[in-house]
Design a protein around this ligand. Sequence first.
Ligand code: PEP
Length: 258
Amino acid sequence: MPNRTRMIAGNWKMNKTYSEGVTLAQELSNALKEAAVSGVDVVVCPPLVDLKGVAGVIDFDKAPFALGAQNVYWEESGAFTGETAPGMLTDVGCTYCIIGHSERRGYFGETDEDINKKSKALIAHKIVPISCCGESLETREAGKQVEFVVNQIKADCAGLDITSGDQLVIAYEPIWAIGTGKTATPEDAQEVCGAIRKTLVEIFGEAIASQIRVLYGGSAKPGNVLGFLEKEDVDGALVGGASLTADGFSQMIQKAAE
Ligand code: PEP
């Protein structure tokens, strides 16, 4: 049985100003230290303008979590107004970056091809992509969720140059369960996460794929997270709403440490 360290990642989305973000990071650091949580990799992904402030808390307080961004562009620099290069994220202390979130695919028209380029650029800069995938309600009702997500993984991960499983994280987030209060069942999550793992084996081989963390995301909260984590191919959670308070998020992390 592969020994994958569980991961709980918080996606703050477009919430928390700079000062609110610094406060939340400090509160989370305090809560995790007080609970002496260990054995779980924790990542927080604040808005871009909060990154430097949260990095300061991590540095000065030795906060027990890593820093992630919510998006990146694949070019190194240049005339791409409003975009952020991977090297800029590294420079402020990011070691993870969410890509391919369904909100970016849906509202900003991101394609699998874009996501593949972003992953390649991040990996080249030693930033771990948290690469999101997931089906719509329509696709699930048609019973095509596995086929759909497997095709996303094949397109998003094609040609990625990784030599170990800790260079990539996948987040399975059924779109119909994000921010809606509707959760997939642990069995729904395992069905798709198991298929994701098999696809990763086809792409990267067993040794690497067995070490890649596959997270579940979609209305995960302290009361339901353990049900997902107990499934064989679910190695953690990507958390939106419930990551916005130090209390709720640290409770989820403590559950993952159980
Ligand atoms: C997300 O958007 O990544 C997410 C999982 O959101 P929520 O937990 O709020 O459903």
